[in-house]
Design a protein around this ligand. Structure first.
Ligand code: ZN
Length: 271
C-alpha cells in the first residue's frame, strides 16, 4: 500500500483556529465563548498513522489482487474518488474517513475496488452524518489587510514589538473592514482576539490627519492585551488589569494619545 499526504493538506492540523472574529472592532478583548466545541487536534504523526491504517483496512477488504494507493485530503467537494487500474487502485478520501467504522471501510472497498454502486449509499450516509465535523474543521485564516492608504500596520507592529517587547509579541495584524455606516455613536478603534492572536484596527484610523503616534498607541494597547490577558474578579472580566494599565502608561506619548483621542473622536465617529 502506498500512502500519500501532501504537506499542504497537513497544514490543517497545525493551524486549528477559529475563524477570524467578525465582531465589531473594540479595544476590549473578545469575550471567550464558554462552551465552544474544540476541533480535535491531530498531529502529523497521528494523521499518517490513521491514514496508513485506513489504507491497510481497505486493502484487506479487497484481497491481494489490488494494490491500494490511498491519499487523504481536506477539501469539501469530493469526499471519495478513485481510479481503478488493476492491479492498482487509487483512492482519494476526505479526512473524515480516517476513523471510519468497518462497515464504511468495506463500503469504500466495494465502491472503489469492486464497482458496487449501492455501496455508495453507505458512503453517502456516512458523509451526511459527518457533515458536522466538516463544518467544524478550521479554515485557513483569511489574509489580513496590513497596508492601508496611510499606515503599514505590519511595519508599525514590528517596530513597536522590537522597541517595547523585545520582539516577544506574536500576533497577526490588519485593518478591519469598513462597514459602510458613516454615522456612529461609538467607535472601537482596535481589538485583540486572543484565540486567533490577531489585532485589528478600525479603518477610520487610516487617514492622513490621524497622527502616527496615535495609531501606534492603539497598536501598542492591543499588543498589551496579549501580555496581560483579562483578569477574572468575582466572575467579572477586568479587561485592563492593573499591570496592563501601568505598562500602558509607559508608552511615551500616552497622555498625548489620550488627549488626541478626546479632541478628535467626533471626527473618527464621522468616519
Ligand atoms: Zn483594551
Amino acid at each position: 500500500m502506498q500512502l500519500e499526504l501532501a504537506p499542504r493538506q497537513l497544514d490543517l492540523f497545525r493551524t486549528l483556529r477559529p475563524e477570524p472574529a467578525r465582531a465589531a472592532l473594540s479595544r476590549e478583548p473578545l469575550p471567550t465563548p464558554a462552551a465552544e466545541p474544540k476541533p480535535k487536534l491531530l498531529s502529523r504523526h497521528e494523521v499518517l498513522a490513521r491514514a496508513r491504517e485506513l489504507g491497510h483496512r481497505i486493502a484487506e477488504a479487497l484481497g491481494p489482487e489490488l494494490k491500494v494507493h490511498l491519499s487523504v485530503h481536506d477539501n469539501g467537494s469530493t469526499m471519495v474518488s478513485f481510479r481503478r487500474q488493476p492491479p492498482l487502485l487509487k483512492v482519494r478520501v476526505h479526512h473524515m474517513f480516517l476513523d471510519a467504522p468497518d462497515q464504511v471501510v468495506r463500503a469504500i472497498a466495494d465502491y472503489a475496488g469492486r464497482g458496487v454502486r449501492k455501496a455508495g449509499q453507505v458512503l453517502d450516509d456516512y458523509i451526511a452524518s459527518r457533515q458536522e465535523r466538516i463544518r467544524a474543521l478550521p479554515r485557513r485564516p483569511a489574509p489580513l489587510q496590513v497596508r492601508g492608504r496611510c499606515f503599514d500596520l505590519q511595519a508599525l507592529f514590528d517596530e513597536l514589538n522590537q522597541r517595547y517587547f523585545q520582539g516577544g509579541i506574536r500576533a497577526r495584524i490588519g485593518w478591519g473592514r469598513q462597514n459602510g455606516r458613516r454615522r456612529r455613536k461609538s467607535i472601537r478603534l482596535g481589538v485583540y482576539d486572543h484565540k486567533a492572536r490577531e489585532i485589528r484596527l478600525h479603518p477610520a484610523l487610516d487617514r492622513p490627519d490621524v497622527p502616527r503616534f496615535f495609531v501606534e498607541y492603539i497598536v501598542f494597547h492591543e499588543m498589551l492585551h496579549q501580555l496581560f490577558p483579562s483578569d477574572r474578579h468575582t466572575g467579572r472580566h477586568v479587561h485592563h488589569p492593573r499591570a496592563f494599565r501601568d505598562r500602558e502608561r509607559a508608552f511615551p506619548r500616552f497622555e498625548a494619545a489620550l488627549a488626541w483621542e478626546k479632541q478628535h473622536l467626533h471626527r473618527l465617529l464621522r468616519g
